[in-house]
Design a protein around this ligand. Structure first.
Ligand SMILES: [Zn+2]
Length: 336
């Protein structure tokens, strides 16, 4: 346990949403009609702004560039500016979960195209990136350094990655080449060897912070909100106990958490029958919002929740204050 984390002091943490639209889920599921899918971004944004506003929480929004071609979706994304603090970050142009199979030029187009779209539609320069499907090859990191990004957030160091990938491959209607490409989803077996806490990684032309999507310390099972809701579909008590234990373990092990929302976390079964296959999408809206509110409140009571770029700045300050000792620890690929 980190001695500097006092019992009653809230350590820094972050909250983000992968603001994936329905077409992205249908496309990954191999549905031919994905391009004509309706958008749920306006309703998801409205509910998230209301919920996070009520709890006075900040948010990093990972934006898919393609959605900024639609004025209604752009307005929905822009509405997050009503929060006390918001950061817009880059989630690629086309949400293709196989960036590890693309060449440098394609990767650059996916990332730089979205960077420009965010800058012109939302008036801000993104500094962070998360790869669709938690794919994080060296070429992506090189492009991020080239564009002067401060962090990557594509690592999901979970022990269930092989199971999640197997379930995905069994359910998807993707065929042939695309299915082959999807076999590296969730970062493969190597993902679990990644640290479960922020670390600095040297990349060509600079350095980046890597902010992994936090998993349960020790067991490495997921603790993001979709997983929490999936567990709550089985037992509310078990899900609440699981999340409380996860947050406690993060505190005890000095793990700086970064938790993740998805739009379906605020949509109920009556909102979108197309999403019925997504974990937790069989739950009615009111019940789901109550659970998410509980989980977010518990998170905010346990940690000082920030946007991801604010978390990166806190980490930079910590590293500078405690150099050289802390810097070495933060750079270690296997700190714990
Ligand atoms: Zn996504």
């Amino acid at each position: 346990m980190n001695a500097s984390v006092e019992k009653n002091e809230r350590a820094p943490a972050s909250l983000s949403v992968d603001f994936d639209n329905k077409w992205a889920y249908l496309r990954a599921a191999g549905r031919q009609d994905w391009e004509s899918a309706s958008s749920y971004l306006p309703i998801a944004a409205e509910r998230m702004v209301e919920l996070l506003g009520e709890l006075d929480l900040p948010l990093t929004v990972f934006v898919v560039g393609r959605d900024l071609r639609c004025p209604r979706d752009t307005a929905a994304i822009d509405s997050f500016k009503a929060l006390q603090s918001v950061e817009f970050a880059n989630h690629s142009m086309n949400h293709l979960p196989w960036m590890h199979t693309m060449d440098r030029e394609e990767i650059f187009a996916e990332i730089a195209g979205t960077h420009q779209a965010i800058a012109s539609a939302l008036g801000v320069q993104p500094r962070g990136f998360r790869g669709p499907g938690f794919s994080c090859p060296a070429e992506v990191l090189g492009v991020l350094a080239q564009l002067d990004y401060a962090y990557d957030a594509s690592v999901f160091p979970t022990s269930v990655a092989p199971i999640a990938r197997a379930v995905f491959l069994a359910r998807t209607k993707l065929k042939g080449e695309q299915k082959e490409k999807a076999k590296q989803l969730y970062g493969g077996f190597a993902a679990m060897r990644n640290p479960n806490r922020p670390f600095r990684r040297p990349v060509e032309g600079g350095r980046l912070w890597e902010i992994p999507v936090t998993v349960m310390p020790l067991t490495r099972t997921p603790i993001h909100f979709s997983y929490f809701l999936f567990l709550a579909g089985v037992s509310t008590l078990a899900a609440k106990t699981y999340l409380s234990n996860a947050l406690r373990l993060c505190r005890w092990t000095g793990t700086t958490p970064s938790l993740l929302l998805h739009p379906p976390d605020v949509l109920g079964c009556e909102d979108d029958p197309d999403m019925a296959y997504f974990p937790g999408m069989k739950m009615p809206r009111a019940e789901k919002l109550k659970l998410v509110r509980w989980a977010l409140r518990r998170y905010a009571q346990t940690f000082h929740v920030q946007t991801m770029i604010q978390q990166v700045r806190s980490l930079d300050t910590q590293a500078k204050v405690s150099q050289p000792h802390a810097t070495q620890a933060l750079q270690s690929p296997y700190p714990h």
